[in-house]
Design a protein around this ligand. Structure first.
Ligand code: NAX
Length: 328
């Protein structure tokens, strides 16, 4: 039998945590033959609720779930971690400036990055879900100099999945017929969902849609503002779909993209497509054997260029702000 994989989830008592843990334990994160140990990291106020969730996990009698540990100590939570899902973050509250938000999250992601550096397994893979996800990933990465930088990633898979769904609805295609969609930039309102290289049943999606006004005025804002629309409708932010995207992100990273397709991940830029090196920005990537590679050689038209640049500009400003705050 295989050695269990240690999966650490921060913010385990939160609403995404509640939707995520059961799917990890049932084998959807890593595959149906991979046993897992769960490490739930919470703040002291969250420990009791995390214990309740752990009781429910026990009550599922998942064959793949070996053990569960609950802690508010990051050194314990990341000990031997092979996969870390950093979900817990400080949300923006009323009247909070960007600087306040970034420094509050620096207070979470800097020590967690250090705890990963000091305690995680050599093959650690990190996904940051907690917002502002790209810049939180940058903060954690900077605090973990002994971990290869490319192991720190940020989640844009929910945006990717939202874009596929919107494109399917517009064209009447099945979601399974859509390939090669890309989210570029920041997981924020400036993100750019790009269909110019996407394919629908093998045909170019932008040519099929053939409606730049729909792209600019409907598709892009609908995808970018979907989080707010969910809050408006549900009275709470996206949880099950966010958990699903986190599962997709890690599953794809570990198990590979399908031939003829790619996915979107927030990853440290190597300078491709004019994105300054080191920024954690979303790119089209293929994955294989637990590694990812940026898809190279795509033609970027003017429509796309302006939107990628705007989102990358926002990431640059966030990076400069956390640098100013001494967080990286
Ligand atoms: P909740 O407020 O329900 O849960 C957050 C949990 O994190 C709480 O239980 C809290 O006690 C815990 N926590 C806070 N600080 C912690 C720390 N230092 N260590 C460990 N745990 C800590 O939020 P939820 O709805 O689960 O959302 C979590 C995060 O995901 C938020 O930052 C949210 O903005 C972000 N999202 C990111 C998305 C993405 O696509 N990248 C989409 C969904 C979501 O909005």
């Amino acid at each position: 039998t295989r050695t269990p994989v240690n999966v650490t989830v921060t913010g385990a008592a939160g609403q995404i945590g509640y939707a995520l843990l059961f799917r990890i334990a049932s084998g959807h994160l890593l595959g149906p033959d991979v046993p897992v140990n769960l490490r739930l990291l919470e703040i002291p106020q969250g420990l009791k609720a995390a214990e309740g969730t752990a009781m429910e996990l026990d009550d599922c009698a998942f064959p793949l779930l070996r053990n569960i540990e609950i802690t508010d100590d990051a050194n314990v939570g990341f000990a031997g971690a092979n996969v870390a899902l950093l979900v817990g973050a400080r949300p923006r509250t009323k009247g909070m400036e960007r600087g306040d938000l970034l420094s509050a999250n620096g207070g979470i992601f800097k020590p967690q990055g250090k705890a990963i550096n000091d305690n995680a397994a050599d093959d650690i893979k990190v996904l940051v879900v907690g917002n502002p996800a790209n810049t939180n990933a940058l903060i954690a990465q900077a605090a973990a100099p002994d971990v290869p930088a490319e192991r720190f990633t940020a989640m844009t898979r929910l945006d990717h999945n939202r874009a596929i769904s919107q494109l399917a609805a517009k064209t009447g295609a099945a979601v399974s017929d859509i390939r090669k969609l890309t989210i570029w930039g920041n997981h924020s309102a400036t993100q750019y969902p790009d269909i110019f290289h996407a394919e629908i049943a093998g045909k170019n999606a932008a040519e099929l849609v053939n409606d730049e006004a729909w792209l600019a005025d409907t598709f892009i804002p609908t995808v970018a503002k979907r989080g707010a629309a969910i809050i408006e409708a549900r009275g709470a932010s996206s949880a099950a779909s966010a958990a699903n995207a986190a599962i997709d992100h890690v599953y794809t990273w570990v198990n590979g993209t399908a031939a003829g397709d790619w996915t979107s991940m927030g990853i440290p830029s190597d300078g491709s497509y004019g994105v300054p090196e080191g920024l954690i920005s979303s790119f089209p990537v293929t994955t294989k054997d637990g590694k990812y590679e940026i898809v190279q050689g795509l033609d970027i038209n003017e429509f796309s260029r302006a939107r990628i640049d705007a989102s990358v500009q926002e990431l640059t400003e966030e990076r400069d702000a956390v640098r100013e705050l001494g967080l990286i």
